[in-house]
Design a protein around this ligand. Structure first.
Ligand code: GRF
Length: 202
Protein backbone atom coordinates (compact mmCIF):
# COMPACT_ATOMS: atom_id res chain seq x y z
CA UNK A 1 0.00 0.00 0.00
CA UNK A 2 1.08 3.54 -0.69
CA UNK A 3 0.87 5.98 2.21
CA UNK A 4 1.27 9.77 2.06
CA UNK A 5 1.90 11.50 5.40
CA UNK A 6 1.10 15.16 6.02
CA UNK A 7 2.92 16.99 8.80
CA UNK A 8 3.56 20.48 10.15
CA UNK A 9 6.06 19.83 12.91
CA UNK A 10 8.38 17.47 14.72
CA UNK A 11 7.06 14.31 13.10
CA UNK A 12 7.30 11.89 16.02
CA UNK A 13 4.16 10.16 14.79
CA UNK A 14 5.62 9.98 11.29
CA UNK A 15 8.75 8.42 12.79
CA UNK A 16 6.74 5.75 14.61
CA UNK A 17 5.12 4.75 11.31
CA UNK A 18 8.45 4.77 9.44
CA UNK A 19 9.96 2.61 12.19
CA UNK A 20 7.09 0.14 12.05
CA UNK A 21 7.49 -0.20 8.30
CA UNK A 22 11.24 -0.62 8.70
CA UNK A 23 10.60 -3.41 11.21
CA UNK A 24 8.26 -5.13 8.74
CA UNK A 25 5.15 -4.62 10.81
CA UNK A 26 3.22 -2.57 8.23
CA UNK A 27 2.61 -3.90 4.73
CA UNK A 28 3.08 -0.59 3.02
CA UNK A 29 5.46 2.22 2.29
CA UNK A 30 5.49 5.92 2.92
CA UNK A 31 5.56 7.25 -0.65
CA UNK A 32 5.90 10.90 0.36
CA UNK A 33 5.87 13.29 3.29
CA UNK A 34 4.39 16.75 2.75
CA UNK A 35 4.66 19.67 5.16
CA UNK A 36 3.06 23.09 5.03
CA UNK A 37 5.94 24.37 7.18
CA UNK A 38 9.41 24.60 5.65
CA UNK A 39 11.16 24.14 9.00
CA UNK A 40 9.25 21.06 10.15
CA UNK A 41 11.74 18.60 11.64
CA UNK A 42 9.68 15.74 10.26
CA UNK A 43 11.07 16.60 6.80
CA UNK A 44 14.52 15.54 8.04
CA UNK A 45 13.06 12.28 9.29
CA UNK A 46 11.61 11.63 5.82
CA UNK A 47 14.91 12.34 4.09
CA UNK A 48 16.74 10.08 6.50
CA UNK A 49 14.34 7.28 5.58
CA UNK A 50 14.83 8.01 1.85
CA UNK A 51 11.26 9.18 1.48
CA UNK A 52 10.51 12.12 -0.86
CA UNK A 53 9.87 15.20 1.30
CA UNK A 54 7.91 18.18 0.00
CA UNK A 55 7.15 21.60 1.38
CA UNK A 56 3.92 23.14 0.18
CA UNK A 57 3.52 26.42 2.02
CA UNK A 58 0.04 27.77 2.52
CA UNK A 59 1.60 31.23 2.41
CA UNK A 60 2.10 30.84 -1.34
CA UNK A 61 -1.63 30.53 -1.98
CA UNK A 62 -4.41 33.10 -1.99
CA UNK A 63 -6.97 31.01 -0.15
CA UNK A 64 -7.72 27.64 1.41
CA UNK A 65 -9.42 26.26 -1.70
CA UNK A 66 -6.42 26.89 -3.96
CA UNK A 67 -3.98 25.52 -1.39
CA UNK A 68 -6.04 22.39 -0.88
CA UNK A 69 -6.32 21.94 -4.64
CA UNK A 70 -2.54 22.06 -5.04
CA UNK A 71 -2.06 19.76 -2.07
CA UNK A 72 -4.49 17.27 -3.57
CA UNK A 73 -2.57 17.26 -6.84
CA UNK A 74 0.73 16.71 -5.09
CA UNK A 75 -0.69 13.88 -2.97
CA UNK A 76 -2.45 12.18 -5.89
CA UNK A 77 0.79 12.08 -7.85
CA UNK A 78 1.77 9.33 -5.39
CA UNK A 79 -1.49 7.42 -5.88
CA UNK A 80 -1.94 6.81 -2.17
CA UNK A 81 -4.18 4.16 -0.69
CA UNK A 82 -4.02 6.06 2.58
CA UNK A 83 -3.40 9.66 3.64
CA UNK A 84 -2.14 10.01 7.21
CA UNK A 85 -2.48 13.33 9.01
CA UNK A 86 0.29 13.36 11.59
CA UNK A 87 0.29 16.74 13.26
CA UNK A 88 -0.84 18.54 10.11
CA UNK A 89 -2.05 21.81 11.60
CA UNK A 90 -4.44 22.92 8.89
CA UNK A 91 -8.19 22.89 8.61
CA UNK A 92 -9.11 21.02 5.44
CA UNK A 93 -11.80 22.14 3.02
CA UNK A 94 -14.86 20.01 2.46
CA UNK A 95 -13.85 19.10 -1.11
CA UNK A 96 -10.46 17.91 0.07
CA UNK A 97 -11.95 15.78 2.82
CA UNK A 98 -14.57 14.27 0.49
CA UNK A 99 -11.88 13.37 -2.03
CA UNK A 100 -10.08 11.22 0.58
CA UNK A 101 -13.14 10.03 2.48
CA UNK A 102 -12.52 6.58 3.92
CA UNK A 103 -8.82 6.74 3.17
CA UNK A 104 -7.63 9.55 5.42
CA UNK A 105 -6.81 9.18 9.12
CA UNK A 106 -5.96 11.69 11.84
CA UNK A 107 -4.55 11.44 15.33
CA UNK A 108 -5.82 13.82 17.96
CA UNK A 109 -4.42 14.30 21.47
CA UNK A 110 -7.64 13.95 23.45
CA UNK A 111 -10.38 11.47 24.19
CA UNK A 112 -12.68 12.69 21.43
CA UNK A 113 -15.38 13.95 21.36
CA UNK A 114 -13.81 15.84 24.28
CA UNK A 115 -11.51 18.73 23.40
CA UNK A 116 -11.68 19.07 19.65
CA UNK A 117 -9.25 21.64 18.31
CA UNK A 118 -6.13 23.01 20.01
CA UNK A 119 -4.58 23.10 23.52
CA UNK A 120 -6.15 19.82 24.54
CA UNK A 121 -3.74 19.05 27.41
CA UNK A 122 -4.17 22.47 28.98
CA UNK A 123 -7.95 22.20 28.72
CA UNK A 124 -7.98 18.73 30.31
CA UNK A 125 -5.84 19.95 33.24
CA UNK A 126 -7.92 23.07 33.72
CA UNK A 127 -11.12 21.04 33.73
CA UNK A 128 -9.69 18.83 36.49
CA UNK A 129 -10.06 15.70 34.39
CA UNK A 130 -8.71 12.49 35.93
CA UNK A 131 -8.09 10.93 32.54
CA UNK A 132 -7.03 12.10 29.14
CA UNK A 133 -5.65 10.40 26.04
CA UNK A 134 -5.35 10.09 22.30
CA UNK A 135 -7.70 9.15 19.48
CA UNK A 136 -7.20 7.90 15.93
CA UNK A 137 -10.16 8.59 13.68
CA UNK A 138 -11.20 8.70 10.05
CA UNK A 139 -11.37 12.25 8.73
CA UNK A 140 -14.79 13.62 7.82
CA UNK A 141 -15.78 17.23 7.12
CA UNK A 142 -16.50 17.93 10.79
CA UNK A 143 -13.22 18.98 12.44
CA UNK A 144 -11.98 16.21 14.75
CA UNK A 145 -15.45 14.69 14.44
CA UNK A 146 -14.94 11.62 12.27
CA UNK A 147 -15.63 8.07 13.45
CA UNK A 148 -13.21 6.80 16.06
CA UNK A 149 -11.00 3.80 15.30
CA UNK A 150 -9.23 3.52 18.65
CA UNK A 151 -8.50 5.51 21.79
CA UNK A 152 -5.94 5.18 24.52
CA UNK A 153 -6.36 6.62 28.00
CA UNK A 154 -3.75 7.97 30.38
CA UNK A 155 -4.17 9.20 33.95
CA UNK A 156 -3.91 12.89 34.78
CA UNK A 157 -1.99 13.43 38.03
CA UNK A 158 -2.66 16.31 40.39
CA UNK A 159 0.71 17.97 39.84
CA UNK A 160 0.85 17.48 36.06
CA UNK A 161 1.77 20.42 33.89
CA UNK A 162 0.97 20.62 30.20
CA UNK A 163 4.30 19.12 29.23
CA UNK A 164 4.02 16.15 31.58
CA UNK A 165 0.61 15.31 30.27
CA UNK A 166 1.45 15.85 26.62
CA UNK A 167 4.44 13.51 26.81
CA UNK A 168 2.33 10.85 28.54
CA UNK A 169 -0.27 11.14 25.77
CA UNK A 170 2.43 11.18 23.09
CA UNK A 171 3.73 7.81 24.24
CA UNK A 172 0.29 6.40 23.55
CA UNK A 173 0.04 8.14 20.18
CA UNK A 174 3.26 6.49 19.06
CA UNK A 175 1.77 3.08 19.86
CA UNK A 176 -1.68 3.72 18.39
CA UNK A 177 -0.95 5.22 15.01
CA UNK A 178 1.31 2.47 13.57
CA UNK A 179 -1.19 -0.13 14.77
CA UNK A 180 -4.10 1.54 12.97
CA UNK A 181 -2.04 2.08 9.80
CA UNK A 182 -1.12 -1.59 9.94
CA UNK A 183 -4.79 -2.63 10.13
CA UNK A 184 -5.68 -0.34 7.25
CA UNK A 185 -2.89 -1.74 5.08
CA UNK A 186 -4.11 -5.27 5.85
CA UNK A 187 -7.60 -4.30 4.63
CA UNK A 188 -8.92 -5.04 8.10
CA UNK A 189 -10.14 -1.52 8.69
CA UNK A 190 -12.51 0.65 6.72
CA UNK A 191 -15.15 3.30 7.03
CA UNK A 192 -18.60 2.49 5.68
CA UNK A 193 -21.65 4.73 5.94
CA UNK A 194 -19.80 6.88 8.44
CA UNK A 195 -18.99 3.91 10.67
CA UNK A 196 -15.75 2.15 11.45
CA UNK A 197 -15.54 -1.51 10.48
CA UNK A 198 -12.64 -3.39 12.02
CA UNK A 199 -12.16 -7.04 11.18
CA UNK A 200 -10.47 -8.56 14.19
CA UNK A 201 -10.89 -12.13 12.95
CA UNK A 202 -7.82 -11.91 10.72
C1 GRF B 1 0.51 15.19 18.05
O1 GRF B 1 0.28 15.44 19.40
C2 GRF B 1 -0.78 14.99 17.34
O2 GRF B 1 -1.73 14.32 18.09
C3 GRF B 1 -1.21 16.40 17.12
O3 GRF B 1 -0.02 17.07 16.76
C4 GRF B 1 1.07 16.42 17.36
C5 GRF B 1 2.05 16.06 16.28
O4 GRF B 1 3.28 15.67 16.79
N1 GRF B 1 -2.28 16.49 16.19
P1 GRF B 1 4.40 15.08 15.82
O5 GRF B 1 4.64 16.10 14.71
O6 GRF B 1 3.92 13.78 15.28
O7 GRF B 1 5.63 14.93 16.66
Amino acid sequence: KSIVVLISGSGTNLQSILDSIQEGRIEGQVSAVISNQADAFGLERAKKADVPAHVLSHKDFADRESYDQALMQLIDGYQPDLVVLAGFMRILSEGFVQHYLGRMLNIHPSLLPKYKGLHTHKRAIEAGDREHGATVHFVTPELDGGPVVIQSKVPVFADDNEEDLSSRVREQELQLYPLVVKWFCQDRLRMENGQVLLDDKL
